[in-house]
Write a protein that binds this ligand. Structure first.
Ligand code: MD6
Ligand code: FE
Length: 200
């Protein structure tokens, strides 16, 4: 598999063949029937532009009470198990026996974006975060462990996988915009990003 390293982020372009991407989409549709996408708000009550859900023992949520992991969806149901095909990708790119506790599911519509942030609500930063992109292209910006400084960007396409570990584990990153309609994987367009995390 081809691997690009940019600012410490390990990027596997086109790791997932189209048939695997289609299988993941159908697995995720089943997850979202159990735990539907919701519109998160930041602790400051600002609506986020993405919609979100999760699979696994814990899901990441945000509301007036802050950013945190919870064993239940905001509507009260448990999160579905992480699909086996998703766990297989985690094992392939990390080589770890430990499975992730959370598969965060982010859905980007036409004008959705994700501001520069660090993923720091997990208990052990020795474990990497793995991200899987499906559907439309997203412009991924990679920064530094400290806020500010030079950034680099790369378009993530459907089937691309990114591993954020080591020194890059706490680096700032975000999605500036998506190229709506650039992929035919999702019939109505949009981008799905999965991030797999060991929480504790
Ligand atoms: C996204 N990804 O690609 C947003 N976080 O839509 C993330 O925020 C992310 O790609 C941690 C590790 C890898 C990521
Ligand atoms: Fe992140």
């Amino acid at each position: 598999m081809q691997k690009i390293i940019q600012k410490g982020f390990e990027i596997y372009p086109g790791l997932l063949p189209r048939s695997d991407q289609q299988g993941l989409v159908s697995d995720l549709r089943a997850c979202l029937q159990q735990a539907p996408l919701f519109a998160p708000r930041t602790p400051g009550a600002k609506p986020m532009s993405i919609r979100m859900s999760a699979a696994g023992r814990l899901g990441w949520v945000t509301d007036q009470r802050g950013y945190r992991y919870e064993p239940r969806h905001p509507d009260g149901m448990g999160w579905p198990p992480i699909p086996a095909a998703v766990l297989a990708i985690w094992a392939q790119v990390t080589g770890l026996d430990r499975q992730p506790d959370c598969c965060l599911i982010n859905w980007y519509g036409q004008s959705a974006r994700m501001g520069l942030h660090q993923d720091k609500d997990e208990g052990d930063f020795a474990f990497p975060v793995v991200s899987i992109s499906l559907g439309d292209d997203g412009l991924f910006r990679m920064g530094n462990v400290e806020r500010g400084g030079k950034t680099e960007s790369i378009w993530l396409g459907s089937g691309d996988v990114v591993v954020m570990g080591g020194a890059a584990r706490l680096a700032y990153h975000g999605i500036d915009r998506i190229r709506f309609g650039s992929s035919t994987l999702l019939p109505k367009g949009g981008r799905i990003n999965l991030t797999l995390r060991v929480v504790r």
